[in-house]
Ligand binder design. Structure first.
Ligand code: NDP
Length: 322
């Protein structure tokens, strides 16, 4: 029987990485394409998933047996703070439409994408899959966080009432080719890559906001893609799985900026603007559950992944999201 896998948000950072892995890993291997599989990478131009009718039509067209649900209104801190209701409503609508269409079309398996932003603000570290709902999320992004948390609630309800095989993944900070490089509204790595590129081009200083001291876990989009493929094929439980590098692989913002300076080949003045806020010092997430289930998995070393991302940005500047 053929398997049709629909990836929503298929033209975004993570969607493009899944497409890359499926096309480039050896066919039939753990992460490569299987002979009976058809992969569909849907973008918003094909269906606006805020709209139930368009969502239903997409499902009628492809009849997916499996779904990786990535589509979301995504944004950096500033956008999240400014548009809390928009983040809440749009993501609730998108998720509700996708989950319900998956139920109506008897989709055999659905993996939806959450984020470590869903975790409570005041929580014990490291973050684990068990403490998603144990307190309110950080005030700055409560709209996005609550909409994403609801997916876990819905997954349980669909399972209990209808026996659906729905689950979710919780990635930490993602970076890689096809990222959003907008200077105002991007995540830290693509934002700094773009800034450093402009500093080199215009012969101006490269200024990094904050002290450079905070620590973060970053996952390369192509590693994350493999983990999504694993979860879709090999994980059958409603409870979410944190998809992340280990707690011992935290990287400081200074280390990120150093690696970017090296990869871009920037030789000008490079400083930290310590008047700008740092955000939380660290918020480590545990990948123990993932490692106990997946067995052997090798994450790409940070510098190697960063070099590949910078190379992609430099080669695709004219078509990148900037
Ligand atoms: P991108 O912004 O690159 O991709 C999101 C995709 O969602 C876009 O391709 C967009 O489609 C699609 N989308 C947005 N609104 C709609 C809509 N109304 N209808 C249909 N499609 C829509 O983000 P990422 O790839 O980074 O994010 C993928 C998932 O990973 C998201 O669920 C996000 O919350 C999650 N995540 C991301 C992290 C990160 O660091 N980037 C960290 C943790 C979780 P189009 O471009 O065609 O408009």
């Amino acid at each position: 029987m053929s398997t049709v896998i629909l990836v929503t948000g298929g033209a975004g950072l993570v969607g493009k990485a899944i497409e890359y892995v499926i096309e480039n890993e050896p066919a039939g291997s753990r992460f490569g394409k299987r002979p009976n599989e058809k992969w569909i990478f849907a973008s918003s131009s094909e269906a606006d998933l805020r709209d139930p009718a368009q969502t239903r039509k997409l499902y009628e067209k492809y009849q997916p047996t499996h779904v990786i649900h990535l589509a979301a209104l995504v944004g950096g801190l500033f956008k999240n703070m400014k548009y809390k209701l928009t983040f809440l409503r749009e993501n609730i609508l998108i998720n509700d439409n996708v989950l319900h269409a998956s139920y109506e079309h008897k989709t055999q398996k659905l993996i939806s994408c959450l984020s470590t932003c869903v975790f409570p603000d005041k929580v014990e570290y490291p973050l684990t899959e068990l403490n998603i709902h144990n307190g309110p999320p950080h005030e700055s992004n409560f709209g996005y966080a609550h909409a994403k948390r609801m997916v876990d609630v819905q997954n349980h309800a669909y399972k209990e009432e209808f026996g659906c095989n729905f689950s979710s993944a919780i990635p930490t900070n993602v970076f890689g080719p096809h990222d959003n490089y907008d200077l105002e509204d991007s995540h830290v790595i693509p934002g700094l890559i773009h800034k450093c590129y402009l500093a080199k081009k215009n012969n101006t200083p490269f200024v990094v906001s904050g002290t450079g001291k905070p620590l973060r876990q970053f996952i390369y989009s192509r590693d994350l893609a493999k983990l999504f493929i694993w979860q879709l094929r090999e994980y059958d439980d409603v409870e979410p799985v944190i998809l992340s590098v280990g707690e011992d692989e935290e990287v400081s913002i200074k280390e990120v900026a150093d690696a970017i300076v090296k990869a871009v080949g920037f030789q000008g003045s490079y400083t930290f603007d310590t008047t700008r806020a740092d955000g939380q010092y660290r918020k480590p997430a545990s990948n123990k559950k993932l490692l106990s289930l997946i067995g052997d998995f090798k994450f790409t070393p940070f510098e190697e992944a960063l070099n590949e991302s910078v190379k992609w940005f430099l080669e695709n500047y004219d078509n990148a999201r900037i």
